[in-house]
Design a binder for this molecule. Structure first.
Ligand code: MF3
Ligand code: CO
Length: 254
C-alpha cells in the first residue's frame, strides 16, 4: 500500500527532510583532505540532536552510525571510521533523521579537494539523472517512468545503474512502499498519485553495474572497483511538477 500524505504530514516531512539537508550543508564545511569519516559522523549526530531530532539510521537493522560514508568505489552503506579522506577522493554522505515522528533521508556525493575530470563528470551526470527522475514524478506517471528517466540518461553517458539498491517511499518509516528502482520501463510499475512521498536515489557506476558486500556486513562496493556516485532527494508527487522536500542548496551555497 502506498500512503497518500495530508498537507499537515507533508509539512512535517518537509521539516525532517530540510533538517537532513542542513546537516549535509554543515558537513560540507568539514569535508576536506585529512578529516575522518568518524569526525563527520560525530558532527552530524550532534547537529541532529541539537535540532530536536534523532539520527534516523542509528540502530536501523543494527546499523551502528548516524551517517553512511561511502568512499570512491564504495556505493552505499559505508560505515564511518578512523579512515581519513584524501585529496581526489569522492565521498557519498547519506543521512537520515527522525523528527516529529517523520523521517528525512538525503545523500550527496562530495569531492574531496580537487578531483579528476572523469570523476567530476560522474558526479554531474548522477546528480542530473536524479533531477530527471524527479521530473517524471508527477501524477498519472508510473514508478517505472522514474527509473527509465534515470537509466537512459546515465547509460547514454556510458555509466551503469546499480540494481540491488533502490529508492523508496518515506514517512513514519524510513523505507515504505513503493520501491523506486533507478532502472525501469516506461509505463510500468505502480501509478503515481498526488501526495505520495518518495526518495529517489540513483547509485551510478563508471564501470560495470555489479556490486558486492564487504566483510563488515554493510558496505556495498562495485565489483570491478570502479568509482560510484549517489545522490538522494525526497519529493512529493504533484499534479504538474514534483515538489522537492529536501535541497542541496545548503551544500552548494558554500
Ligand atoms: N540511506 C539509505 C537509504 O537511502 C538507508 C540507510 S539504512 C542504514 O535508503 F541502515 F544503512 F542506515
Ligand atoms: Co533513502
Amino acid at each position: 500500500m502506498i500512503i497518500i500524505r495530508t498537507t499537515e504530514e507533508i509539512e512535517l516531512l518537509r521539516e525532517s527532510n530540510l533538517l537532513v539537508s542542513s546537516t549535509l550543508g554543515e558537513l560540507a564545511k568539514w569535508i576536506q583532505p585529512g578529516v575522518t569519516t568518524q569526525k563527520l559522523d560525530e558532527i552530524a549526530e550532534e547537529y541532529i540532536r541539537s535540532h530536536d531530532a534523532i539520527p534516523g539510521f542509528l540502530g536501523y537493522h543494527g546499523y551502528p552510525k548516524t551517517l553512511c560514508t561511502s568512499i570512491n568505489n564504495q556505493v552505499v552503506h559505508g560505515i564511518p571510521s578512523a579512515i581519513k579522506l584524501r585529496e581526489g577522493d569522492i565521498v557519498s554522505v547519506d543521512c537520515g533523521v527522525l523528527k516529529n515522528e517523520y523521517y528525512g533521508d538525503s545523500a550527496y556525493t562530495f569531492p574531496v579537494g580537487e578531483i579528476s575530470d572523469e570523476i567530476k563528470k560522474l558526479l554531474e551526470v548522477t546528480k542530473e539523472s536524479l533531477y530527471r527522475g524527479i521530473g517524471t514524478a508527477i501524477e498519472g506517471k508510473r514508478v517505472g517512468d522514474i527509473g527509465y528517466a534515470v537509466q537512459t540518461y546515465c547509460e547514454s553517458h556510458g555509466y551503469s545503474v546499480v540494481r540491488e539498491l533502490v529508492g523508496h517511499g518515506i514517512g513514519k518509516n524510513l523505507h515504505e512502499a513503493p520501491e523506486v528502482p533507478n532502472y525501469g520501463r516506461m509505463g510500468k510499475g505502480s501509478k503515481l498519485k498526488k501526495g505520495m512521498v518518495l526518495c529517489i536515489e540513483p547509485m551510478i557506476n563508471i564501470g560495470r553495474k555489479e556490486v558486492i558486500q564487504e566483510n563488515d556486513g554493510w558496505t556495498i562496493r562495485t565489483a570491478d572497483k570502479s568509482p560510484s556516485a549517489h545522490f538522494e532527494l525526497a519529493v512529493v508527487v504533484q499534479k504538474d511538477k514534483a515538489e522537492i522536500l529536501s535541497t542541496f542548496r545548503y551544500i552548494e551555497e558554500i
